[in-house]
Design a protein around this ligand. Structure first.
Ligand SMILES: NC(=O)c1ccc[n+]([C@@H]2O[C@H](COP(=O)([O-])OP(=O)(O)OC[C@H]3O[C@@H](n4cnc5c(N)ncnc54)[C@H](OP(=O)(O)O)[C@@H]3O)[C@@H](O)[C@H]2O)c1
Length: 327
């Protein structure tokens, strides 16, 4: 099969190459998927660059996310799954068989049925962003009827955080840096979109939250936004859930955090407990089936241009970057 791979860390154009690799067979409990679309996330270029190094098992086919069709199953897996359209998540976590190849093998729980009507492009966009968004929203219990602030609502995680929060019955306010991103965040269903670069952002968020206050913040830039977050957190059970590292670690204003009685939570997908991941996959499937999850604008690359695809994500492409696999 054709696969993109690397066997050492470095810049995309130096270490990524497309080669013929022997097609993998599914082991016990695994399914093999004929991949149609591979989704690229920041974690993929960070791993490949060596920014978050993990041992390479001979070679690494990158990318956790994807969509395709199951064409073989290993022992203990219902053969009725053959032919099922699926979305894939965490395919490359601890395994060499990422989704940037014509076929991948994954434990069957990482291949989730894609409902009729949901495109492969949407399926390949879900994994890392939607599961991360789910963990940030629900790690501390239900949010129905509560006000949630999603920082960066036009980002991939932010987009699915808005949609999952709305689907769960929350009121959602989100922040963006400009009008194009505001349009994306509004389209995702945010009740209020605020430009965090303009004065008055905290007042707008505070008025929207009203007397009951902001309950949860899904935070992409803790250092940049902590002052804003603390200004709008007025209830003692409020939480800021941070899922991204900035170039420099923030200094924690302890007195201001004490005054807000705030709880800080951090999320890294690779360490989320298995039961929470399973619940995320079930809830995302239910939201998908209900039509509550939508596509972001996409930029597509053929497999041969995988280095450009990863570079586009590193450069901060708006929307999702996808890689199309040869038939
Ligand atoms: N912890 C985990 O397990 C996990 C999982 C997924 C992703 N991540 C990390 O999360 C980050 C985002 O991932 P992604 O896939 O969503 O990336 P993305 O699609 O590029 O979105 C990032 C968004 O954050 C916005 N942003 C940046 N600074 C901001 C600020 N101060 N306030 C509000 N919004 C701000 C950006 O827009 P503007 O710059 O225009 O505001 C952009 O829309 C990456 O660093 C990624 O590695 C971590």
């Amino acid at each position: 099969m054709k696969a993109a791979l690397y066997d050492r860390y470095g810049p995309a154009r130096e270490v990524l190459r497309v080669e013929d690799v022997e097609r993998p067979e599914p082991g016990p409990g695994e399914v093999r998927v004929k991949v149609q679309v591979s989704g690229v996330n920041p974690t993929d270029w960070k791993s490949r660059s060596g920014a978050t190094p993990r041992p390479v098992d001979g070679f690494q086919i990158p990318h956790h996310d994807g969509a395709g069709v199951i064409d073989a199953v290993g022992g203990g897996v219902d053969p009725g799954r053959i032919g099922q359209r699926v979305w894939l998540w965490l395919a490359a976590a601890g395994r060499r068989w990422g989704t940037a190849a014509q076929w991948t093998v994954v434990p069957e729980g990482l291949a989730i049925p894609l409902p009729e009507g949901a495109s492969a492009q949407l399926g390949a966009s879900l994994g890392v962003p939607a599961v991360t968004a789910h963990r940030c929203l629900f790690a501390d219990g239900p949010i129905d009827g509560k006000t949630v602030l999603v920082a960066g609502g036009a980002g991939a995680v932010g987009h699915f955080a808005i949609e999952l929060a709305k689907h769960a019955g929350a009121r959602v306010v989100t922040t963006v840096s400009g009008p194009d991103k505001a349009e994306l965040a509004a389209k995702a269903g945010a009740d209020l979109v605020v430009n965090y670069r303009e004065p008055g952002a905290a007042d707008q968020i505070g008025s929207f939250a009203g007397a009951s206050g902001v309950y949860r913040v899904v935070e992409v830039a803790l250092g940049a936004n902590l002052e804003l977050d603390l200004a709008v957190l007025t209830r003692p059970d409020a939480r800021i859930v941070c899922y991204a590292a900035e170039p420099a670690d923030p200094v924690l204003p302890v007195r201001a955090c004490m005054n807000a009685n705030v709880v800080l939570r951090f999320v890294l997908l690779y360490g989320v407990p298995a039961d929470a991941l399973g619940q995320a996959a079930r809830d995302i499937s239910a939201a998908l089936a209900a039509g509550a999850l939508t596509e972001l604008p996409v930029t597509r690359f053929p497999l041969d241009e995988i280095a450009a695809a990863q570079d586009a994500v590193e450069a901060g492409a708006v929307g999702k970057v996808l890689v199309d696999l040869p038939a």
